[in-house]
Design a protein around this ligand. Structure first.
Ligand code: T46
Length: 149
């Protein structure tokens, strides 16, 4: 994880969607199946404070529609597939998560929407902070204004 930028809350206002990236997670394959590993501060660039997973989302359903002021996350489609739409107020990227060996790192300051869930999708989220409703930006116009867009 060398050379990566440390993102503070103050810097989150100028984070680009290019700073979201897929992390190929270490995986051990053998005849019994595969085992994928995530160690905090080793495989992903933060200490994990919280874990949750999304499941039972209707096919084609969507979630999200917010940004975070300070939270860093890694999302992993441990089963099924979904699209994550990333938006920094100037640019958008769509990333398909359909491989349990891939984690999508999302820094603070990025608007995200999750769409196009397939049947039986389970999306694991590894989060850098405890749950804090005050960390959410849920109004897209406010988000754009804060980003100066
Ligand atoms: C994100 C995407 C990927 C809690 O009580 N604790 C928690 O840790 C979380 C994550 C949620 N909640 C409650 C708050 C709401 O009453 O669960 C309910 C659903 O949360 P929300 O509408 O924020 O769910 P999503 O799927 O839109 O967003 C979630 C995360 O909240 C968010 O941080 O990036 O997944």
């Amino acid at each position: 994880m060398e050379g990566q930028r440390t993102i503070t809350a103050a810097a989150a206002g100028d984070v680009s969607v290019d700073e979201c990236r897929l992390i190929r997670l270490r995986t051990v394959d053998d005849p019994r199946g595969s085992l994928t590993i995530v160690e905090a501060d080793l495989d992903i660039p933060f200490a994990i404070e919280r874990v949750y997973h999304l499941h039972g989302v209707p096919v084609g359903g969507s979630r999200g529609g917010h940004a975070h002021h300070r939270l860093e996350q890694v999302l992993v489609a441990v089963a099924g597939a979904l699209d994550v739409v990333l938006d920094d107020g100037a640019s958008r990227r769509r990333v398909r998560l359909d491989d349990p060996r891939n984690g999508l790192y999302i820094p603070p300051g990025i608007w995200r929407e999750m769409e196009s869930f397939s049947e039986g999708t389970v999306c694991l989220a590894l989060a850098s902070m405890p749950y804090d409703p005050a960390d959410y930006e849920r109004d897209y116009d406010d988000f754009l204004a804060r980003r100066g867009s």
